[in-house]
Design a protein around this ligand. Structure first.
Ligand code: TGC
Length: 405
């Protein structure tokens, strides 16, 4: 049965103890539809992800069987409209990311790569035929997409990419290497960004079916982070594509960067999901774990840690909601996204570290989530723009002087 806001308010009043997961009653700022999305994804994470995540992480497997269930929940291309996509708001999508990442960053990353990067590239820049061909199947989880921007020697600076698309008659022939490409070994289609010899805006996007001759992908292993997720090296060797494979509406680096905005936005929420899971698990453990004859939650130093976590989870969640409202209102700028990603991932890592200490030695095992989240968040802090990149995007925005070039 759905819990109404009035019911939650009454519970909080009568118990006198604010809920651990919503100390500030941020729920009061959500609509019923937003709370429904949040509750649906939260239940899914509780029932389908939490019971198995330690095993998936330990065995370093992405549970591909979960993809149809993500689709059933409406998580794939959730914030896109038409073509079988969910048509949900930015805040609803953000809440879903937060709940998923409370399960594991690797599983939230699947939804981000599929929806925010691959589907969003096709939705924003594809031809009608490309949209009809791929988006409905991707929304149903029947086709998986990946997004090839980063290269072995072009990470923070995608403008230095070497992957090249040359004209051969009316066809394109792609050659190059991509690295850290989520899902590439299980993908059906890769959105590949490549340099062309066009003078103005040489970077263009191509839809590459992964069964194309000359396309190959390999999992990057072993990893100490995002173990329940797939990141790959990709090689493109004389991959021949028809003219119709090019995304017609993407010209220049603004194309991939617009997709990165979408993925970075989801991270702002997701990081707070991981942080909340660390805080909640540390709070529960501290109330049960006894040392010196009493629960460690009674010790002032432990309480201070818990309070520091609580405050940063609350601030970061409010920031995510504010940024989500700006996105829905159409007032969000890329530097706002940098503000959110930089702050929330940085704080989430601190929270995970602090939470781990509450568990003492037990905190370094997979029996408890903080160290797994901490390891995952090291990747999250790095992909979609490092701390340094986002700091300098913000620096450039406030100083009015670009830091990079
Ligand atoms: P710059 O000259 O500033 O911009 C080039 C053109 O792009 C436009 N632009 C944006 N458009 C939309 N959103 C944004 N956030 C944008 N940022 C820039 C800009 O207006 C310009 O357009 P135009 O029309 O004037 O040409 O480009 P720059 O190269 O100097 O930018 C520097 C910097 C550092 C900000 C940029 O390179 C950057 O963001 N670097 C970080 C790259 C990054 O986040 N990489 C992660 C890629 S994710 C991935 O490949 C794998 S992870 C996901 C997975 O698991 O698969």
């Amino acid at each position: 049965m759905a819990v109404t806001q009035a019911g939650r308010d009454a519970d909080a009043r009568t118990s006198g103890v604010p809920e651990a997961d919503d100390f500030l009653n941020i729920d009061a700022h959500l609509s019923d539809a937003e709370r429904d999305v949040r509750e649906n994804v939260r239940s899914f994470v509780r029932e389908r992800i939490k019971p198995s995540i330690e095993r998936w992480y330990d065995e370093a497997v992405f549970p591909k069987e979960i993809v149809p269930e993500f689709a059933e929940l409406g998580l794939l291309g959730m914030h896109l409209s038409g073509y079988g996509c969910g048509g949900k708001s930015a805040v609803e999508y953000g809440l879903a990311c937060m709940e998923l990442e409370a399960g594991d960053s690797g599983l939230r990353t699947f939804v981000s790569v599929q929806g925010s990067l691959a589907m969003s590239a096709i939705h924003k820049f594809g031809s009608e035929e490309q949209k009809q061909e791929w988006l409905p199947r991707m929304a149903r989880g029947e086709a998986i997409g990946c997004f090839g921007l980063t290269e072995p020697t072009a990470g923070s600076d995608p403008a230095s990419m070497k992957t090249f698309a040359r004209r051969e008659g009316s066809d394109w022939v792609l050659n190059g290497e991509k690295r850290w490409i989520g899902l590439a070994t299980i993908a059906d289609v890769a959105v590949v960004w490549a340099r062309t010899d066009e003078e103005k805006n040489p970077v263009r996007g191509f839809l590459v079916p992964t069964d194309s001759a000359g396309f190959s992908a390999r999992d990057i292993t072993p990893k100490l982070s995002m173990r329940a997720s797939i990141q790959c090296d990709v090689t493109l060797k004389d991959v021949s594509l028809p003219e119709s494979a090019m995304l017609p509406e993407a010209t220049g680096l603004g194309g991939p960067f617009a997709c990165l905005n979408e993925a970075r936005y989801g991270i702002i929420w997701g990081a707070m999901g991981a942080a909340r899971d660390c805080y909640e698990s540390a709070l529960a453990y501290a109330k049960e774990r006894e040392q010196f004859g009493r629960p460690i939650a009674s010790f002032q130093l432990v309480q201070q840690k818990l309070v520091n976590m609580l405050i940063e989870v609350g601030k970061g969640t409010l920031l995510a909601l504010h940024i989500g409202r700006m996105k829905d209102a159409g007032t969000l700028r890329p530097e706002h996204v940098s503000f959110g990603k930089l702050n929330n991932v940085r704080e989430a890592i601190e929270i995970a570290r602090e939470a781990r200490t509450v568990f003492g030695g037990n905190g370094v095992t997979l029996d408890y989530p903080p160290m797994r989240h901490m390891s995952n968040l090291e990747s999250v802090r790095t992909y979609e723009g490092t701390d340094e990149v986002h700091t300098l995007i913000l620096g450039g925005a406030i100083a009015g002087i670009p830091a990079f070039r």
